[in-house]
Design a protein around this ligand. Structure first.
Ligand code: MG
Ligand code: MG
Length: 261
């Protein structure tokens, strides 16, 4: 069942989403060569908790971190650790925050320092475009197939591999809920979405083939061919005429959260 959220629930989802957006903005200040993924994870946890939320992914299905941090050919579910970020790395931060029992979920890809190649710059730009195309297909009465089709169309335009084993999802009083929102599909197919449903759309696109495998840590997903991958995700509310992004990125940090140079 796809749950229609009440006004009260939507307000909590808005607050959770806002904190996720703010956490991205806060962490961006620290994305530089030399920082470890564990340091970013600790900063994320402290920040999320300072805003009255808890990190949604901490301990979720046993996940050993507060946020997922994946680098280069790691697609998703990277475990924060002693990996030191290097100039030109593609860094993917997947952040969830829970406010009064309701979640926000947003992943974004960043280039550490100076980009290594034009290809990497385009991978990020095109994957973000695929996300926005998926969102543009959302309105009261659309189907998950409409969204997947729109995402896939952009991916194919740029010759990118579409990861199929991992999908977007409903969001609410759990991070992962019905329905699945694949990054491929046919228009008019799949479950129908209605006003006040909340979903996460999250294309994972690869420079090479779509195929992936899981490391024997039982978490990290990598591309089969070792080529880079990008991941962009927003949690959105379905409205009459379209959608509202709950994990907005145009939020303003409090002055005390801004790190001076
Ligand atoms: Mg996510
Ligand atoms: Mg998600």
């Amino acid at each position: 069942m796809i749950i229609e959220r009440s006004e009260n629930e939507i307000n909590k989802l808005r607050e959770a989403g806002k904190i996720v957006g703010l956490t991205h903005k806060y962490l961006q200040q620290f994305i530089k060569p030399g920082i470890t993924t564990k340091e970013l994870d600790i900063l994320a946890k402290k920040f999320i908790e300072s805003k009255g939320c808890t990190p949604s992914f901490e301990g979720l299905y046993g996940f050993p971190g507060s946020i997922c941090i994946s680098v280069n050919d790691e697609v998703v579910h990277g475990i924060p650790g002693n990996r030191v970020l290097k100039n030109g790395d593609i860094l993917k931060l997947d952040i969830g925050a829970c406010y009064e029992g309701y979640h926000g979920d947003s992943a974004w890809s960043y280039i550490v320092g100076e980009p290594k190649s034009e290809k990497d710059i385009r991978l990020l730009k095109n994957t973000e475009e695929a996300l926005m195309a998926g969102l543009a297909a959302i309105h009261d009465g659309c189907t998950t197939g409409d969204i997947g089709h729109a995402v896939e169309k952009v991916a194919h335009k740029y010759n990118l591999g579409v990861v199929r084993e991992l999908v977007g999802h409903g969001v609410g009083d759990a991070v992962h809920m019905e329905p699945d929102v694949p990054n491929y599909g046919k228009e008019g197919k799949g479950p129908r979405l209605h006003k006040n449903n909340v979903i996460a759309v999250e294309p994972m696109l690869n420079l090479g083939s779509r195929y992936i495998y899981q490391l024997n840590n039982n978490w990290t997903i990598k591309t089969d061919d070792g080529k880079n991958s990008a991941h962009f995700e927003h949690t959105v509310l379905v409205t009459d005429t379209g959608y509202e992004i709950l994990t907005r990125r145009d939020v303003e940090l409090d002055p005390e959260d801004i790190i001076e140079k």
